[in-house]
Design a protein around this ligand. Structure first.
Ligand code: 5AD
Ligand code: SF4
Length: 473
């Protein structure tokens, strides 16, 4: 077994660096966090290893959002078990939301796990590794009021060198009754804008072209010198006067980095205000795309979900978006089969979709999460078959809307940032336009990182197909 110091001399000539392999599940926040963890590990001499079989430390950055996500992670753990049997000194760590939810229980439930670290405790990983390398199990799942990892430069893992995530808030105060996030990621706090700008600056120097500002609820970003969002009411007058909200942050980033493409996610309807829309309109480099989860089209269900808006307010916001940003792509999250959801509630969801005609959406069956208010107070009483048939219906409708919206691009030009090779053909590039639609086109002599104007001649329900008419930059 490898002991104590993280860089070990295997023989007198060669320094052996311990190798880590990290697998991320769940939302973009989790993927961004894995890059923070990678940076912490590389700082103490670990080296990234793409091959799990040759790693000394295997980390799973986990998601708890639905039961299925947790089952996927349990399956992965049992598949890692055979590796551990072959190579006894492999250590296995569980990070992220499932670690936070299950805490020490993980060690008993999954014998293969040596290390359990919650989303706010990654700075403690070097100490925890010393513990496990001395043969002890290690757990840290303490949630923080301050932690934003502001000073840690993420180690870009599996990066295309073109687009990067930059996290701006952590945690969530919304307390939607179905959602495990407030329990696993704690209270909402914002990151110092200086550190956000300095991270973007570094990305620029490294040739990146696009950033996505990330948070569970970006529109409620609020920097008043640190601290929890919910404590802002106790801030000093000067802090209140000089605070920076999301519209201001967006404006700042767009002005400082005019050549960067800027995206953000996720927005919550009750926090998104017209200032953000105006800021998007003022800056060409902010992409016209808003991911605006609605969850249900029924006011009764929204109330039971403790969503802080009605359908009428949501539609008013959509109206404002379409008025201020006529070409804005809009996407959603919707849950089917929330407790007591009736056929009428479901038909109201379909009717909302028909009104908004979303470009894209993430659609899920309700999954009861232990500890949430819905799990404690409401009976998960919509039969699985009904959840599934309602889900299929909304997926079919979304496909129709996506196809219709995509077909409107045929014969038009759209600006694309080339990101990678198309999955379907090695002679095509793929990239997204500002509405977040995937666009594919022949490579010709263009390269990843180029901004090109593409004339669209065909569409499917997910993709636009065309050819480049012009390189923009
Ligand atoms: N069951 C199903 N979907 C959920 N989501 C969050 N919690 C649950 C749950 N318990 C969905 C919501 C959210 C997205 C990230 O995941 O739609 O917006
Ligand atoms: Fe999953 Fe939510 Fe945690 Fe992201 S924040 S990893 S979606 S549970």
């Amino acid at each position: 077994m490898l002991v104590d110091s993280e860089v070990v001399k295997r023989n007198s000539t060669k320094i052996y660096k311990r190798k880590y392999h990290i697998i991320s599940y769940g939302c973009q926040m989790n993927f961004a966090d894995s890059e923070v963890v990678a940076s912490i590990l590389e700082n103490i001499g670990y080296e990234h290893c793409a091959d799990i079989k040759h790693s000394d430390l295997i980390l799973l950055n986990t998601c708890s959002i639905r039961e299925k996500a947790e089952q996927t992670i349990r399956k992965k753990l049992s598949s890692i078990n055979y590796l551990k049997k072959k190579k006894l000194d492999i250590k296995v760590g569980v990070l992220g939301c499932m670690a936070e939810r299950l805490k020490e229980k993980f060690l008993n439930e999954e014998k293969i796990v040596d290390l359990v670290v919650g989303p706010d405790a990654y700075r403690d990983i070097p100490n925890l590794l010393k513990e496990i390398n001395s043969g002890r199990d290690a757990v840290n799942v303490i949630l923080s009021k301050e932690e934003t990892y502001a000073d840690i430069r993420p180690q870009r893992l599996n990066s295309n060198g073109i687009s990067a995530f930059v996290s701006i808030t952590r945690g969530c105060d919304n307390m939607c009754t179905f959602c495990v996030v407030p329990f696993t990621r704690g209270r909402e706090r914002s990151r110092d804008p200086k550190s956000i700008l300095s991270e973007i600056n570094e990305l620029k120097l490294n040739g990146f072209k696009e950033i996505t500002l990330l948070g569970q609820n970006v529109d409620s970003y609020l920097w008043y010198g640190g601290g929890l969002k919910k404590d802002f009411k106790n801030a000093s007058e000067i802090q209140k006067k000089t605070c920076i909200n999301f519209a201001k942050l967006l404006d700042l980033v767009a002005k400082c980095y005019p050549n960067f493409r800027i995206r953000f996610t996720t927005s919550n309807p009750q926090d998104m205000d017209v200032e953000v829309l105006k800021t998007m309109k003022n800056h060409k480099n902010i992409c016209n795309h808003i991911h605006l989860p609605v969850q249900s089209g029924s006011n009764n269900i929204l109330k039971a979900m403790n969503r802080q808006h009605s359908i009428e307010e949501y539609l008013e916001l959509i109206k404002q978006i379409k008025k201020i940003l006529p070409n804005c792509g809009i996407s959603h999250d919707i849950i089917t089969g929330f407790p007591n959801e009736t056929e009428i509630d479901h038909s109201q969801t379909l009717s909302l979709m028909n009104k908004v005609k979303y470009d894209f959406g993430f659609m899920f069956k309700y999954s009861e999460r232990p500890g949430t208010l819905a799990a404690r107070k409401l009976d998960d009483n919509v039969p699985e078959k009904v959840k599934q048939s309602r889900l299929s219906e909304i997926i079919d409708l979304q496909f129709r809307h996506s196809s219709e919206n995509l077909s409107k691009f045929i014969g038009k030009k759209t600006e694309v940032l080339i990101e990678k090779e198309s999955k379907k053909s090695t002679s095509f590039w793929a990239g997204r336009n500002e509405q977040n639609f995937m666009v594919v086109f022949p490579k010709e002599n263009y390269s990843p990182g180029d901004f090109v104007e593409v004339l669209i001649n065909k569409s499917t329900y997910t993709t636009l197909i065309g050819s480049v008419i012009n390189k923009i930059k």
